[in-house]
Structure formats: structure tokens, C-alpha cells
Design a protein around this ligand. Sequence first.
Ligand code: 3PG
Length: 214
Amino acid sequence: MSDEAEIARLAACGVVPVVVIEDAHLAAPLARALLAGGVDVVEVTLRSAAAMAALETIAREVPDILAVAGTVVTPAQVVEVRQAGAQAVVSPGFSEAVDDAMRAAGLPWLPGVATASDCMRAVASGRLTCKFFPAEQAGGTAALKALSGPFPQIRFCPTGGVSLGNLADYLALKQVLCVGGSWLAPADAIAARDWARVTKLAREAREAVKGLRG
Ligand code: 3PG
């Protein structure tokens, strides 16, 4: 699958659940709960001891969901998530070291950008699909529109402070590929194994995307 195919899947889904999984046994049921709500992508963040095992479990047991690794900040993590079966990688920021590692890994990469300088570095490396992070805290849609002036070629996945309440504002912008957020799979719902709630949140988000984008 080319980079574009992975990116197209993110765009088609419109929402990317950003999840923190503390127990790898919860990874497959969580992924299935998201799928049941029509969300077929998941970003597993490397913010827990169980993250790598969780990623591996999802890649192996729930092949219908696109397994994305998140919070990848070092070249060593790039190698690890690739081995775990990640199909794409998201970082909170941009670094040349991770950029090089991602090229070697041959997987799609969404580096994080929040400023014009970040965008200049991303564009210089040919990285034209970026996470806009932290979206709300960095100025929200107004900042995104301003950045798109000098960088019309970048497509963004705004993440950070995005929710059902404001996703329409972001998805209304043509430079927005998709939005990401933790609201789709809250930590308390995962801990309580409340898969019905996760499915409901996923379905609500997908309905909103479909209402906006058809
Ligand atoms: C991320 O990792 O992308 C963000 O921390 C998610 O932000 P949110 O919790 O505000 O959705």
C-alpha cells in the first residue's frame, strides 16, 4: 500500500481516535468497538508500558482497522512500531532524526506542526501531511487558516482539544484531512471496558463526518 492509500483511509474516516492503552488485553476489544461504530483507524500512543504490545495485538488480531502508532519521538521507536505492525506513524512534532528513520521504515508519517517554522521544515522534507498539534491550544481554526496562507500544500490532521463539539469547524476547512482526539475512546471507558460507550462515541463522530463531508 502506498503512503497515499494510508492517508486516503485517514481522510475517508475523518476522525482518528487517539488512545492510551494501559493493558494490552484491552486492545483488540477496543479496536473492535471502534470498528462497530464505523471508525476504522486508531492511533495507539506510546504513552503506556503496554502500548507496543497493544499495537502488535491490534495489527495481528483486528486487521480491518488501520493501526497507527502515535507519540513516536525517537528513531528507535520508529523501528519498534514498524516491527509491531504499525501501518502509519504520527508524531507530536518534527525532527530530522525521526524523518530519516521514517524514510528508512517506508511507512507514512504525519509529523506534528504548530508554527510556520515547523511547516517550513516539514515542507523542506517533503512532508505535506501533518498533524496540527496541539490544535486548540495553538490557536485552533484561526491559526490553521493563517498557516495555510504560506503553506497551501500542507494537509492537516488537527489534534488536541478537538471534540464532537468543534470538529465541524475544522472539517469545514479544505486543508483539513481529518481530526484526531482522545474523546472517542476516553480512558475511563477503556478502563471500565465500556465498549458500548466507545462504539456510541465512534458512531456519533462518524455521523457528524458524514453529515459534513457526505
Ligand atoms: C494527542 O496526543 O494528539 C492529544 O493529546 C490528544 O488530545 P486530546 O486529548 O485533547 O484529544
